[in-house]
Design a protein around this ligand. Structure first.
Ligand code: FA5
Length: 341
């Protein structure tokens, strides 16, 4: 029966050569490899063979089926091209017609904002340092001066993994420790962008995953005025020179003193609207002077070194830049939203 199969295979290949149009091709498909085709029926007869011959027959049958299918597809492409060539020669195809527009992809709005932020900090001498998304409890909290049971841990609702002490970072600040430990005692100036995760109630302003861009400068004689000047400069470079910037006292366990940076509301110009909750100001970043405990945990002597750090949210910044009123659009995968950027 194997011989019969081989003969049928050769016959099928020859017949395929002779098929010169779509109709003949479909006829060939039915006759040989269709559900009731000759090859299919012969393959089904495997049960008539003595058991020891079946595996070899089955293997060869599968090969032949694959090869005939491939030969069929190749012949179909050939016939299509021949048809096209004939149409071109006879002038039935108008090659001067404009082509169909090609759909072009684009960058996600968060990526666009991140790149603007990188460019501005690069102009100010900050390098990008990438830290990890999956962190340990110690680096995410303890080394940042947030020991277990410190009430400040309430500020970050955390996604813990099933492995004790391993979590998804709630902010990019643990990257400060990793960068310091890599570079100490050299002065550093880095930004640390990355995705953060918080087990929060999703709302128009809060997502459970969002980007942050952290910044860290450590060196000699870095003062609070350097932080204020640098942040003001950044805000004006991103939002325009006419913007007003305000600093408010705040609290973060890993900075002392701590500040929050506000921008006069882009939408209402400071008069008060629903976006700025009628205050005329929008918060865009947290910042402060690196706490001596954190400097020491990073490998710097706080008697000799000082530094500043900041953290900002690119999605919130994108919302301000484009007047987007709901953060849920960012990861909702609605192409109508994404196409606008
Ligand atoms: C922090 O996470 C601090 N680590 C920032 C910091 C770094 C302060 C260094 C001082 C020194 P905060 O929780 O405020 O702070 O978050 C910082 C920014 O992340 C916010 O201003 C906001 O833009 C963004 N952000 C925070 N939570 C969310 C959320 N749920 N959805 C979207 N963006 C968020």
């Amino acid at each position: 029966m194997l011989d019969q199969l081989e003969a049928l295979y050769r016959e099928a290949l020859e017949a395929l050569e002779g098929a010169s149009d779509d109709e003949a091709l479909r006829g060939w498909e039915r006759e040989y490899i269709g559900r009731k085709g000759k090859v299919t029926l012969m393959v089904r007869r495997v049960g008539e063979l003595p058991p020891e011959e079946r595996p070899a027959f089955g293997r060869r049958a599968n090969e032949i089926k694959r090869e005939l299918q491939a030969a069929f597809e190749q012949r179909a492409r050939q016939i299509e091209q021949e048809k096209l060539a004939r149409e071109l020669e006879s002038g039935a195809i108008d090659v001067t017609l404009p082509g169909r527009p090609v759909q072009v992809g684009r960058l996600h709005p968060s990526t666009q904002t991140l790149r603007r932020i990188y460019d501005i900090w690069a102009e100010m001498g900050f390098q990008v340092y990438l830290s990890r998304d999956v962190e340990d409890d110690e680096t995410n909290f303890t080394l940042l001066n947030i020991p277990p049971h410190h009430p400040a841990r309430d500020m970050w609702d955390t996604f813990y993994t099933t492995r004790p002490g391993v979590l998804l970072r709630t902010h990019t600040s643990p990257g400060q420790i990793r960068a310091m430990r890599e570079f100490a005692p050299e002065p550093i100036r880095v930004i640390l962008p990355g995705m953060c995760y918080r087990y929060e109630q999703i709302s128009a302003r809060s997502e459970i995953q969002f980007y942050q861009v952290e910044g860290l400068a450590v060196g000699h004689n870095i003062r609070l005025t350097d932080l204020i000047g640098t942040m003001s400069d950044f805000v004006r470079r991103l939002f325009g020179p006419e913007r007003k910037v305000r600093f408010r006292a705040s609290y973060f366990p890993f900075t002392e003193p701590s500040l929050e940076v506000d921008l006069d509301c882009i939408l209402c110009g400071g008069k008060g609207c629903s976006v700025c909750k009628h205050t005329g100001w929008l918060e865009i970043a947290g910042c402060g002077m690196v706490h001596p405990v954190v400097l020491r945990n990073g490998g710097y002597d706080p008697e000799e070194f000082t530094g500043f750090a900041f953290g900002m949210g690119p999605e919130r910044i994108t919302m301000l830049l484009y007047g987007i009123d709901d953060i849920r659009y960012f990861w909702g995968n609605d192409i109508r939203f994404l196409e606008q950027f």
